[in-house]
Every structure is written in structure tokens, then in C-alpha cells.
Design a protein around this ligand. Structure first.
Ligand SMILES: *Cc1c(COP(=O)(O)O)cnc(C)c1O
Length: 399
């Protein structure tokens, strides 16, 4: 018998704010009605603000982030095209696998898990490709399996430095709307995200931001595609319509979540909050004497992957959290199975929630044989949160 609420600390789906849930509880409506665009057109505009693009085109496909990955590739590339990718966790691994399945000629760089996109290696490969055989460079902005963030601006600089014309594809599924992302400033040609992470919605929307250059490429790209055809969407999206039944409920939710992010809290403040909450979690883990998977400089502000001590089974830690304390943590994926668990700290979240995550994780670790000082995690994080708040208040007073 479980009482109280289930604390959800997985890195997606994330907690959906009550207001967003309520906003989705509306009767079905006519998706061809003359005023349907009143609902949908502002969503495209709002998503452009989230992606920080003025020149890009936004697509919303029914589907999840994985579908948007596929849309990005199939709309803009040709079978056999050479592309540059790197693998350093389960999500970058899966995107690579998809690229192979779709018939791309992938130059993949394997990177130690805990680090991110190998910007210097990319620069070397691009500089050596004088014939410009590489058509696209892929980067996973936030590797959700390892809790690692990558330097996307650095990848853009590597392209610019060698004057390489390849398109830049970014997986921003667990980054967009939570950590700093700038489509136009960083010259990103295809950014992919989904509804169930930073956008605080249920799964069901695959969102893409497409540059003018990538849109141009889509006109001649020969890879097979049908459902995910950009051109079909473009024909109708301008007036707020879709070529097939769109998930209207999600649009109602998105309207509210965009308002919360862009108008009420403000995107910069959302990003600052994620940085603050993440730092508290990391300090809590450090106070237990445990390591995180991310190496210094690569730490993600949306998810922390915690390595359990030798002899402790992370699967059991997660199970205890769920069974005994009604709390969900993310599991260790692929080679991290049993060795790590993840605290997702993105979306609709505050200090008290992060302290709950640390207190339950501390208990579950101790229950499964980790010789840690259970309360030390909460103590370190709460001190940090208090200081950060005092610092922010002082800064505001000085301004
Ligand atoms: C969640 C996630 C995906 C997969 O998205 P789905 O919506 O589950 O298809 C892809 N990439 C990253 C980095 C993710 O975090």
C-alpha cells in the first residue's frame, strides 16, 4: 500500500505542472475549424523563442524525440551520405544506430562515458575533409544516460574554423528549455526535442527546429520518408493546420507550459534554476563521498548519474526507492546497469523536491549496504540552496 505522492525523479517523462494537466482536460475539437490556428500558431512562435531562433522553422510531429531524430535525418540527407557522430552514452549510441539503419555512412568517434562530444577530434576530422564529403555533424547536447553536457558552440566553431559546410544536427531532447541552447547563435541546422522533458508535458510531440539551409536541403534530399515529410507539414502549418490528426490536448498543455517558461518565469531564470538545483544535487552526492559519472566540466544541469559504491547493486537501490519510499529514480542504462542510478532534475521542480530526492536516495543507498552518512547529502544541498538564494537576493538588492 503506497500513500502520498509518487516522487518522480526520472529524466523524462518529467513532472507535469497541475495547471498544464488541467489545461489539457478539454473536449475534443475540430482540427479543421476556421479558428484552429488561434490555438496552434502561437505555439510555433513560442517554440522559436525556446529554441532561440528567428530564422528557423519549427515542426511539431506527433511522436516522441526518436521520431524527430528520424525526421531530421530522412528529410535532409541522402542514402550513403557521410556524417560525423560520436557515442558516449545510450542516447548518442541509439542515434548512431538509427543513422546506420537508415543507410548513412557514419564516421563515429567513441568517447569514454562521462565525457561529451569530442570537439577537438571533430575539428581534426573536419579539417582533414578538404573535399567536404561529410554532409552533417551530429552532437548530443545532453547525454541523459551519463548526465553529461556537451559544448555545442564549440562544435560550431570547429565547423567554422575549417570553413566546412556540413550541417549541424543537435539532439536537445533533455536540454531544450532547461539548459542554455541557442539555435541561431550556434548555427544549428537541425535541433530535435520532445514534449516530455523540459517542456513539462506528456510524451507525444517530437519538436524540430530547422534552419533555412536544412530546409533547402530537404527539397532535394532523397532519403525515403512519408509520415515525417517536412513539405507536407509546411503546406498546412502556416495556417495552423496539420496533414493528419494532431494531438490537440498536448497543444493546450503546451500553450500553458510555454507561458510558464517564457512569460512567467522567463527562460533565463529557468536555466539559472536548473543550474542551481543541479549544483545542490551534486554537492549532496559529493557529501556522501560518491562519484558521478560526468567528468569535471561535463556535468549536466538536468540529470545526475550517480555511481554506487563497489558491492552495492544500483538496481536494488532504485527498487528500494520505489517500493519502500514511493520514489522513482532513473536506472543505469546499458553498461551502467547495476552500477549507477540517475536523479532527473529537470522541468517543474524546486529545492524541496531535490532535497526529497537526496533524502530518499540516501536511505535507499544505506538500505542496500552503502556505508554513507545518509543525511550528509541533504545537509550539503540545503546549505548550498540557502546560500544561493541569499546570494541571489543580495544581487537583486544591489541592482
Ligand atoms: C529522452 C531522450 C531521447 C528519446 O526521446 P523519446 O522521446 O523517448 O523518443 C533522445 N535523446 C535524448 C538525449 C533523450 O534524453
Amino acid at each position: 500500500m503506497k500513500t502520498g505522492i509518487n516522487h518522480l525523479f526520472i529524466p523524462g517523462p518529467t513532472n507535469v505542472p497541475e495547471r498544464v494537466r488541467q489545461a489539457m482536460n478539454v473536449p475534443m475539437q475540430d482540427m479543421r475549424a476556421p479558428d484552429f490556428g488561434d490555438l496552434t500558431k502561437p505555439l510555433f512562435a513560442g517554440l522559436k523563442n525556446i529554441l532561440r531562433t528567428e530564422t528557423g522553422t519549427v515542426f511539431m510531429f506527433p511522436g516522441s524525440g526518436t521520431g524527430a531524430w528520424e525526421a531530421a535525418i530522412t528529410n535532409t540527407l541522402n542514402p550513403g551520405d557521410k556524417v560525423l557522430m560520436s557515442r558516449f552514452g545510450q542516447f548518442s549510441h541509439l542515434w548512431h544506430e538509427m543513422a546506420e539503419r537508415l543507410g548513412l555512412d557514419v564516421h563515429v568517434i567513441d568517447v569514454e562515458w562521462g565525457r561529451g562530444v569530442p570537439v577537438e577530434d571533430y575539428a581534426a576530422v573536419l579539417a582533414a575533409d578538404g573535399a567536404h564529403a561529410i554532409k552533417a555533424v551530429f552532437a548530443t547536447h545532453n547525454e541523459t544516460a551519463t548526465g553529461v553536457s556537451s559544448d555545442i558552440e564549440g562544435v560550431r566553431k570547429a565547423l567554422d574554423f575549417s570553413g566546412h559546410p556540413a550541417m549541424l544536427f543537435v539532439d536537445g531532447v533533455s536540454a531544450v528549455g532547461s539548459i542554455d541552447f541557442r539555435m541561431d547563435d550556434w548555427g544549428v541546422d537541425l535541433i530535435v526535442t520532445g514534449s516530455q522533458k523540459g517542456l513539462m508535458l506528456p510524451a507525444g510531440l517530437g519538436v524540430l527546429g530547422v534552419s533555412a539551409k536544412a530546409l533547402e536541403a530537404s527539397k532535394s534530399a532523397r532519403m525515403r520518408r512519408a509520415y515525417f515529410e517536412f513539405a507536407d507539414m509546411l503546406k498546412l502549418n502556416g495556417d495552423g493546420y496539420f496533414p493528419y490528426t494532431p494531438p490537440t490536448q498536448l497543444f493546450h498543455g503546451l500553450r500553458v507550459s510555454l507561458k510558464m517558461i517564457l512569460e512567467e518565469e522567463g527562460l533565463d531564470n529557468v536555466i539559472a534554476r536548473h543550474a542551481r538545483l543541479a549544483e545542490g544535487v551534486r554537492r549532496g552526492v559529493a557529501a556522501w563521498g560518491l562519484k558521478i559519472c560526468a567528468q569535471p566540466g561535463f556535468e549536466s544541469d538536468t540529470v545526475t548519474t550517480i555511481m554506487v559504491p563497489e558491492g552495492v547493486d544500483a538496481v536494488k537501490v532504485i527498487r528500494t526507492g520505489y517500493d519502500a519510499y514511493n520514489t522513482s529514480f532513473g536506472s543505469g542504462l546499458a553498461r551502467l546497469a547495476g552500477k549507477a542510478f540517475r536523479i532527473g532534475h529537470l522541468g517543474d521542480l524546486n529545492e524541496g523536491m531535490c532535497l526529497t530526492a537526496l533524502s530518499v536516495a540516501g536511505m535507499a543507498l544505506r538500505d542496500n549496504g552503502a556505508m554513507i552518512d545518509t543525511g550528509a547529502g541533504v545537509a550539503a544541498a540545503s546549505e548550498y540552496y540557502r546560500e544561493a538564494r541569499a546570494g541571489a537576493a543580495a544581487k537583486m538588492a544591489a541592482e
